[in-house]
Design a binder for this molecule. Structure first.
Ligand code: UT7
Length: 332
């Protein structure tokens, strides 16, 4: 890696985005029908009204997080006009890794057919992508990396208890990626990360592997109302804080891309920030909650459909298990 000598401020900028959804698109009605066969009652009406979700994608039984990450990463590299060999840092944000170790980032590096660059996972559940972006931004600004591939990739369908209707209708699988590169132009303007471990129990998958067995529950558990209340509180606060750090106000925002968990939380955050709802990027209706993949998936969709243009000011926000949250303010 050859550090770029600069006399000006060194920023990190998004050079390209990509995403990937597994082929199996499951509508609420199709999911309700599958669940009914096991005596679990839900409906399209309930899911749409409470969450805004209409469909989600589920990975095939043999598809892993790195399998979803690979096409998302390739699309981001292509959009950036960068060869995989030029990447000197890979960070994958995931809570559903391919295996206990090596990291999903190492599995992705292998699938990209490259070797040598730093590769590691970040585990901050639904805040994972914003955490990974912030780490990569710091590494680029410090000169430790020049071109980073940051991916959020999840197969949450693997950890869903399909007998628990309060959680299994909410999540989906997918991957989103960005290539971040060193630049004299801003770039990521400000980031902020938080965790409050007093709430570790509100959203967790408490099992672990030991002695050749899974110990504890391998399924996701969530106190939905507690998470809802925590989320609406922190998302407005952290957005205002990163705006202040960058010397901007909410009036400077072109787009808000919050974690895609529930349209009510997302619209509530936009309203608290006094943002017109047409500045909210929402893909939760088609993706469900894809945890660490949700923000880069939504970002890529909005870039590719032309809503987000070069020079726009974006607020990305993550929130989820840990309890974790964070935001990244950037010029696209
Ligand atoms: O990714 C990390 C971030 N996660 C989130 O942000 C999730 C935050 N939480 C939420 O989005 C919402 O709390 C939920 C969507 C999970 C739940 O919505 P809610 O409006 O808080 O519903 P509730 O938990 O108060 O449940 C209302 C009723 C209950 O029935 P009773 O007790 O009123 O008779 C539930 O048993 O809805 C029932 N219910 C369902 N009914 C049909 C719960 N799940 C379902 C379901 N289908 N799938």
């Amino acid at each position: 890696m050859s550090p770029i000598a600069t006399s000006t401020t060194r920023y990190s900028r998004i050079l390209g985005t990509g995403s990937f959804l597994p082929a199996d698109r499951v509508t609420n009605q199709a999911l309700a029908d599958r669940l009914a066969a096991d005596g679990v009652e839900t409906s399209d009406d309930w899911i749409v009204e409470r969450t805004g979700i209409r469909a989600r994608h589920f990975a095939a039984p043999d598809q892993t997080a790195s399998d979803l990450a690979l096409p998302a990463a390739q699309a981001a590299l292509e959009a950036a006009g960068i060869a995989a060999e030029e990447i000197d840092l890979i960070i994958v944000a995931t809570s559903t890794p391919d295996m206990v170790f090596p990291s999903t980032a190492c599995m992705l590096q292998k699938k990209l057919g490259v070797h040598g660059c730093a590769a590691f996972d970040v585990q901050a559940v639904c805040s994972g992508f914003v955490y990974a972006l912030s780490v990569a931004d710091s590494m680029i600004k410090s000169g430790a990396a020049n071109k980073a591939l940051i991916v959020g990739a999840e197969v949450f369908s693997r950890i869903l208890d399909f007998k628990d209707r309060t959680t299994c209708v909410l999540f989906g699988d997918g991957a989103g990626a960005v290539v971040l590169g060193a630049s004299s132009e801003p770039g990521i303007l400000a980031t902020e990360l938080h965790a409050d471990s007093r709430h570790v129990d509100v959203l967790c998958t408490p099992g672990t592997v030991a002695g050749g067995q899974v110990l504890g529950s391998p399924f996701l558990k969530m106190d939905g109302q507690a998470v809802f209340k925590l989320a609406v509180g922190v998302l407005e606060k952290v957005a205002r804080s990163v705006l202040e750090k960058a010397g901007l106000t909410e009036a400077d925002l072109d787009w808000l891309i919050p974690h895609q968990a529930n349209i009510r939380i997302m619209q509530g955050t936009a309203k608290k920030l006094k943002l017109d709802l047409n500045k909210l990027i929402a893909t939760v209706d088609e993706h469900g909650n894809t945890s660490a993949a949700s923000v880069p998936l939504a970002l890529d969709v909005a870039v590719r459909n032309g809503r987000i243009q070069r020079g726009d000011t974006l607020m990305l926000e993550g929130v989820g298990g840990g309890f974790t949250w964070g935001a990244a303010l950037l010029k696209y």
